[in-house]
Design a protein around this ligand. Structure first.
Ligand code: TRP
Length: 357
């Protein structure tokens, strides 16, 4: 199933919209997606994932999850994990995820994620997990001797996340596609062995904006761990920092403001412009026909500033009032648990567990 939502990016809404009308609508297809609380919040994360989350609320029932159990596959400090978990939830909300319409949760608050992951461990094969490119990247050049079991098992927990909610569609970046395919395999294997229990989900791979590249090196993904701060725009950068970084962004040879495989830098900058302004890239190209890089970059900086300022204001508000976020997460966990428990009851029954008397 494809949806317009993966190709259309309306301008992010800084404030949650009103709740859906109270009329009972037929069940819409369900979306599940997760983001790691790594603290690495930059424009690439925002455009790559979060604007898409916001758009999909129009067409789907969405569950958005801060995956803290995934984050601990790499050692986290106590303070960092806490802060990043709340920051990531706040980022969803500040970007326009509406907690009335969508379910926002922290993964560890719904214990069924861990429970189903264990059960799926008995369905998954060592071979298929060993072939996951993300795992192979982590072991490249060495052996698995001292790689954490959690890193190896990461995709099974991700499958549990998705399958618990009878998810139809999983919006992810290209790098997670293989994990969603594994999820499909595990769902089908389980269904064949124990009877139809899980919906087999479809990945929805973002076409534009799937990969926002570094401003100083358009050959590599934008990354907060890049050597230079000129690689990325942090979501916390001030308007002046944003303007400075965009002024310094590398460009390609030539003078035309257009996308081209030979113009990776301009392609990246035009993509950012289009996504944030909510315009097709072609319309942006047309506007800058015959104009130079400098004028385009000046305007782009203002587009970025204009999009980020309300977002930052909302982040600051949420940061100052933890109560709101905690209420959202409490309510989310409750709604999520009801769905997750329905699935787990089915799983336990199908497998022959004696139900708790
Ligand atoms: N592995 C995903 C990432 O790093 C995060 C994630 C965890 C996820 N569980 C998920 C994404 C379930 C989609 C669905 O980006």
């Amino acid at each position: 199933m494809t949806s317009d939502a993966d190709t259309q990016h309306p301008a992010p809404q800084p404030m949650p919209g009103p709740a859906a009308a109270a009329v009972k609508l037929p069940r819409r297809p369900r979306v599940f997606s997760g983001a790691q609380p790594t603290g690495a919040l930059h424009l690439g994360n925002y455009l790559g994932a979060i604007t898409n989350y916001v758009a999909m609320q129009e067409t789907h029932d969405c569950v958005y999850c801060v995956v803290d159990l995934h984050a601990i596959t790499l050692r986290q400090t106590k303070a960092e994990l806490k802060r990043s978990t709340l920051d990531t939830a706040n980022m969803f909300l500040a970007a326009g995820v509406d907690p009335q319409r969508s379910i926002v949760i922290v993964q560890s608050h719904v214990a069924q994620h861990s429970e189903l992951a264990w059960i799926l461990n008995t369905v998954a094969y060592m071979g298929e997990l060993s072939r996951m490119t993300q795992f192979k990247d982590k072991t490249r050049g060495g052996e698995a001797e001292s790689i954490g079991v959690g890193i190896f098992d990461y995709p099974v927990l991700m499958a549990a996340d998705i399958l618990l909610y009878q998810t139809d569609a999983v919006p992810v970046g290209e790098d997670q596609k293989q994990h969603v395919e594994l999820t499909r395999d595990l769902a089908e294997r389980f269904n064949n062995a124990f009877g139809k229990t899980f919906v087999v989900p479809q990945p929805i791979i973002r076409t534009t904006g799937a990969r926002i590249m570094g401003l100083d090196d358009p050959a590599k993904k934008m990354s907060k761990s890049a050597e230079s701060a000129y690689n990325y725009i942090a979501l916390t950068d001030s308007p002046d920092e944003i303007r400075r970084k965009i002024r310094r962004a590398v460009t390609d040879s030539g003078t035309d403001v257009r996308t081209d495989p030979d113009k990776p830098a301009l392609t990246n900058l035009l993509t950012i412009y289009g996504l944030l302004a909510g315009e097709p890239v072609e319309a942006v190209e047309a506007r800058y026909e015959g104009k130079g890089y400098a004028e385009f970059k000046t305007d782009l900086a203002e587009v970025v500033v204009e999009a980020l300022v309300p977002f930052q204001r909302r982040m600051a508000e949420l940061g100052a009032d933890k109560g709101f976020t905690l209420d959202v997460l409490r309510d989310g966990a409750e709604r999520a648990q009801a769905i997750a428990e329905r699935t787990m009851a089915k799983v336990r029954e199908r497998m022959g567990f004696v139900s708790r008397p």
